[in-house]
Design a protein around this ligand. Structure first.
Ligand code: NAP
Length: 522
């Protein structure tokens, strides 16, 4: 059962959210602690009118057990209700026909008993979920079992345990707890919060967790790490399909899911870009970002769950290569993989960073026979230098750290200059591949304006902000400019081509990412 939390601030938004959730989710969770002066009985009545089958959970979280995410940031909970006010609210919910009341173990077994006997007395079929959350960490399995027993002993119909994951091992402990509860014939809801806990949200349902929670309407999450309802449904479908067939041969009508592996990934716009494209291409599937600390486990997850493809970002582009079955010629020569394609269980590595950058650059200028300064010596610099050579041009490496710059120049057999000498170089173009100038440090640039005038074209691989200080300075000097967004969408489109064999809607992807970036900037 997939549940969407309803926690909108205004009455109008709450009613709209209930209607929307009723169309897509199995259940809603009315977060009464986050609503202003709402009448729980009326909300339950509205939900029942909207859909007779929709399950309704009513809860009123304590501040200590709550983490709300709005626009990517954790938000402080604003309202605290006394125990007496909560009990009154739960009694109303039971009388109004809520399917479940979720009461925290910390409210005390007396309160839990009180609401249970109230339900019995009024012949209410409401079931009681006794919950426990840790917003900081995941305890040991022994401790999790103790907490489970403490919840169960209150007479809970369902036990809910949700700690915060800091590593992939934390997810494993919670999944083992689900097995433990199921072996005792108990219903349990369990998963981990946090970016590291995302994988548990996918796997917990297939292991028998009673409910999974998805992101609410308007992108509001009742806990960090929640996936969208579309993502949850697609993964569920995929895992069920996987169970049905040990050969896992999927027809094209089945879900094709993709992931981003990196650390950090919270700010990534790849999920927005790829999900927009998948929807426009009518491909049943989704793309989700996973913050990875154990790369080997993440790769095993791709194989085990038959994830069709993955993007790889900082810091794994080189490290991932040893886990793949085959790596294409360009990615091998470049020494970095940013794309994985899963072909019937064999993982193939590619690099579309250089493809995206060269496609964008070729739209603006000739490359063959020309020199381009590549500022930086990291993964993006490798992609730029490799692409320029492949297109018949010549890179000149400029870097802060001499040893890294010299090593890259040696690898590509091209000249190296220390950063201090940037003003002395003459070339057709300058490509910044460092992260200097990226949001939030948007007023930084490594190239002084006096050094920029030498170049006919100045490129920045950074896409947030849309126009970096380097590009603003270059424009003021009359240079042609090329923003990182152009590379970003093209490398993404090349990934989609590798994963699906089809052309991606480049203009739509660009428009979507640009709009999101403009929103962030305003
Ligand atoms: P990386 O491997 O960590 O390399 C970073 C480079 O930046 C290094 O050469 C480093 O110099 C240099 N650098 C960092 N801070 C510096 C500073 N304060 N002063 C001077 N140099 C500095 O990172 P990467 O993978 O190449 O990524 C770099 C950027 O490219 C990121 O902003 C990333 O988002 C962007 N990118 C964009 C796209 C796209 O599609 N548009 C694709 C890939 C990457 P040292 O060697 O001296 O440490």
């Amino acid at each position: 059962m997939i549940c969407v939390p309803v926690m909108e601030a205004t009455r109008k938004q709450t009613l709209q959210a209930i209607e929307k959730c009723a169309r897509s989710a199995d259940a809603i969770e009315l977060r009464m602690d986050l609503m202003v002066d709402e009448d729980v009985a009326q909300l339950i009545a509205v939900a029942r009118q909207t859909s007779a089958n929709l399950k309704i959970i009513v809860t009123c979280r304590r501040k200590e057990e709550s983490l709300i995410v709005r626009s990517g940031s954790i938000e402080e909970q604003k309202k605290t209700l006394t125990n007496a006010a909560k009990m009154a609210l739960f009694r109303q919910a039971a009388l109004a026909g809520a399917d479940f009341i979720d009461i925290e173990l910390a409210e005390g077994s007396r309160s839990i008993q009180e609401i249970k006997s109230f339900c019995r007395k009024h012949k209410s079929s409401t079931r009681i979920i006794v919950s426990w959350h840790d917003v900081f960490k995941t305890p040991s399995l022994v401790r999790l079992k103790e907490i489970f027993q403490a919840c169960a002993q209150t007479g809970a119909d369902i036990v809910k345990i949700v700690p915060y994951a800091r590593s992939s091992a934390d997810n494993l402990r919670v999944l083992k707890l689900i097995d433990y509860a199921r072996q005792q014939g108990r219903d349990i809801i369990a998963m981990c919060m946090g970016e590291e806990g995302k994988i548990s949200r996918v796997l917990a349902l297939s292991r028998g967790s009673y409910v999974g929670f998805a992101v609410g309407t308007g992108g509001l999450s009742s806990a960090p790490g929640q996936l969208t309802i579309r993502e949850m449904s697609q993964y569920q479908q995929l895992l069920q399909g996987h169970k049905r067939s040990s050969n896992h041969c999927y027809s094209s009508a089945e879900a094709q899911n993709f992931v981003l592996l990196g650390n950090p990934v919270r700010q990534s716009l790849s999920p927005l870009m790829h999900n927009t494209a998948l929807e426009a291409m009518r491909i049943p599937g989704s793309y989700s970002a996973f913050c990875v600390s154990d790369l080997a486990a993440a790769i095993a997850g791709i194989r085990g769950m038959n994830i069709r493809g993955a993007s790889v970002t900082i810091p794994f582009k080189t490290a991932v290569m040893e886990y793949l079955d085959e790596i294409d010629e360009d990615a091998t020569a470049l020494g970095a993989v940013n794309t994985i394609v899963n072909k019937a269980g064999r993982l193939f590595g590619y690099n579309t960073d250089w493809v995206g950058l060269m496609q964008a650059l070729k739209d603006e200028t000739d490359i063959a026979g020309k020199e381009f300064v590549v500022l930086g010596a990291g993964g993006a610099a490798r992609a730029a230098a490799y692409g320029i050579i492949k297109e018949g041009g010549r890179p000149i490496i400029v870097n802060r750290t001499r040893e890294k710059g010299q090593a890259l120049a040696k690898h590509f057999d091209c000249p190296f200059y220390p950063l201090a000498q940037i003003g002395k170089i003459k070339a057709a173009g300058l490509i910044n591949t460092t992260s200097v100038g990226m949001y939030p440090d948007i007023n930084q640039s490594l190239a002084p304006p006096s050094a920029i005038a030498h170049y006919r074209i100045v490129v920045d691989v950074i896409y947030n902000p849309l126009k970096t200080k380097l590009l603003r300075d270059a424009e003021a000097k009359g240079c042609k400019i090329l923003a990182g967004l152009e590379m970003f969408v093209r490398q993404g489109a090349a990934q989609l081509k590798l994963w699906t064999g089809r052309e991606a809607p480049l203009e739509l992807m660009k428009k979507t990412v640009r709009e999101r970036l403009l929103n962030i900037e305003s």
